[in-house]
Design a binder for this molecule. Structure first.
Ligand SMILES: [Zn+2]
Ligand SMILES: [Zn+2]
Length: 176
């Protein structure tokens, strides 16, 4: 039996699509983080990334649209809870044989390679410093109790510090 190379599933021969503007093709497949070469701490090698894309041939290229479901792992930056979550990324990209759009990916030899795009999205959208929920109360800075699940008798909350400003900034960057 031939050895399966999952990455090849994201290498699409687009000759038919290019010949017939208006035609469509669906790409629905799950690949492991290892298949995609995602090897930092946010990914477990056997996590499945679900790719659900529609390719539509236009006069000036192929529009690739759909979603990519990305599992990721992390630790809440406020309460230190271990997290295993998913982020669903929207895809809307253009692939062109002759690149005229500065944001387009190139089609080389009628082959449309979706892997670099999928990989890039996973790397961009899996958060580095997540929150377990947007209003996570975090840990008491004095006694360390998890303020999501308990209360303490420590003095009233400290004044906002420069760290809180940084925390909010991080949160905006992560889109949380
Ligand atoms: Zn939390
Ligand atoms: Zn406390």
């Amino acid at each position: 039996m031939a050895r399966t190379v999952p990455q090849r599933a994201l290498l699409v021969n687009a000759a038919d699509l290019l010949r017939r503007p208006g035609s469509e093709r669906l790409i629905q497949i799950s690949l492991t983080a290892a298949d995609l070469g995602l090897d930092d701490e946010r990914f477990a090698s056997d996590d499945l990334i679900a790719v659900d894309l529609q390719l539509e041939s236009m006069s000036d290229g192929i529009v690739v649209a759909g979603t990519i479901d990305i599992p990721w792992h992390g630790v809440c930056r406020r309460c230190l809870r271990t997290l295993a979550e998913h982020t669903v990324s929207e895809v809307d990209e253009l692939y062109q044989t002759v690149v005229t759009d500065p944001d387009a990916f190139q089609i080389v030899g009628d082959q449309l390679d979706l892997l670099p795009m999928v990989r890039e999205l996973a790397l961009l959208d899996a958060p580095w410093s997540p929150l377990c929920r947007p209003d996570c109360a975090g840990l008491c800075p004095d006694c360390g109790i998890d303020l999501n699940t308990g209360t303490c008798d420590c003095e009233e909350p400290r004044q906002p510090s420069p760290w809180d400003v940084l925390d909010d900034l991080k949160s905006q960057l992560d889109g949380n």
